[in-house]
Design a protein around this ligand. Structure first.
Ligand code: NAP
Length: 291
């Protein structure tokens, strides 16, 4: 392997393959940030996007095995469907009910979910938020992203989590399932239009896991003024960079960040699973910020 003047490495007979499967996959930012980190680490790997239709998922996974790829990321719409093709699931994937990272070793396919732990990592690095058993975290949304987030926050020692959702039953089901899995955390459910001031008033962190904000729309059902001044906000949405939630928070002096750091951190964790090496600190996030 050699480095070209543009910083990319020369592909050779020894180059090993990583990638991402999704449909569509052309929007994915993972090839950019993963290849930058692989090049910086001087690893003879390449990371490629693979557009795989739902009908072709099984064939694609067999192909990955036959070709001996080292591993791959999994994105929409395959995060749940991929599970039936895997040999084993890590706790992160089992609790989230979804896989975003697959490792192929000795012919066996192992599924992981690095999204939730990516959030926890980004909370520390980008928001200086330390998870404390005595504090309350409010999660908005009860979909796939919320599931991974709640599980990872529980594993990281969260004391109390309130799941707020438009469909109350989904929030309740998630709260009940996670309470059984992680009895050390108190998990409550609330309808989005009925969030008690008491929950907001005791929260040290509010995390938006819904897509609200991607089109400039506002989360109208949460009164941020009810949060303590010291509370922090994490918005998983990262486009636009300054979401309406973050703008509203800033207008009343509450600190918040968008989900770009989580996107980078889930990639860093996947990189470590595949290569056994820690990627250059902050590089993936800088690549994302430069786009
Ligand atoms: P999902 O499974 O479809 O869940 C969406 C959730 O948002 C549900 O709880 C849904 O409520 C709620 N919701 C959607 N539109 C709403 C609206 N107009 N009003 C109130 N609630 C609404 O989606 P997901 O996979 O969890 O992803 C959610 C978001 O997280 C996406 O924007 C995704 O890009 C982002 N995300 C970011 C990262 C990152 O690295 N930064 C990683 C993962 C996901 P109902 O249950 O009532 O339908």
């Amino acid at each position: 392997m050699g480095l070209q003047s543009n910083g990319m490495h020369t592909l050779s007979g020894t180059t090993q393959v990583l990638g991402i499967i999704g449909y569509p996959v052309r929007h994915s930012l993972s090839p950019l940030m993963q290849n930058a980190a692989l090049n910086a680490a001087g690893l003879d790997y390449v990371y490629l996007p693979f557009s795989v239709t739902p009908e072709s998922l099984g064939t694609a996974v067999s192909g990955m095995k036959a070709l001996g790829v080292l591993g791959f990321n999994v994105t929409i719409p395959h995060k749940t469907a991929i599970i039936s093709y895997l040999d084993e699931l890590d706790e992160s994937a089992e609790s989230a009910g979804a896989v975003n990272t697959v490792q192929l070793r000795d012919g066996r396919l192992s599924g992981y979910n690095t999204d939730g732990d990516g959030l926890v990592s980004s909370l520390a690095d980008d928001l200086d938020y330390v998870i404390d058993r005595s504090e309350t975290i409010v999660i908005i949304g009860a979909g796939g992203a919320a599931r991974g987030a709640v599980a990872a926050l529980c594993r990281s020692g969260a004391g109390r989590i309130v799941i707020v959702n438009r469909s109350f039953n989904k929030a309740l089901e998630l709260a009940q399932e996670m309470s059984l899995r992680y009895p050390g955390t108190t998990i409550l459910a609330s309808l989005q239009d009925d969030v008690s001031d008491c929950h907001l008033g005791s929260a040290s962190l509010l995390v938006n896991t819904t897509s609200i904000g991607m089109n400039g729309d506002k989360i109208g059902f949460i009164n941020l003024a009810r949060l303590p001044d010291s509370a922090k906000i994490y918005d998983m949405v990262y486009s636009p960079a300054e979401t309406s939630l973050l703008l509203e928070a800033a207008s009343i002096g509450i600190r918040g960040v968008n989900g770009l750091g989580m996107l980078a951190a889930q990639g860093e964790l996947a990189f470590k699973i595949w290569t056994g090496e820690t990627p250059a600190k902050g590089l993936m996030k800088r690549v994302l910020e430069s786009i």
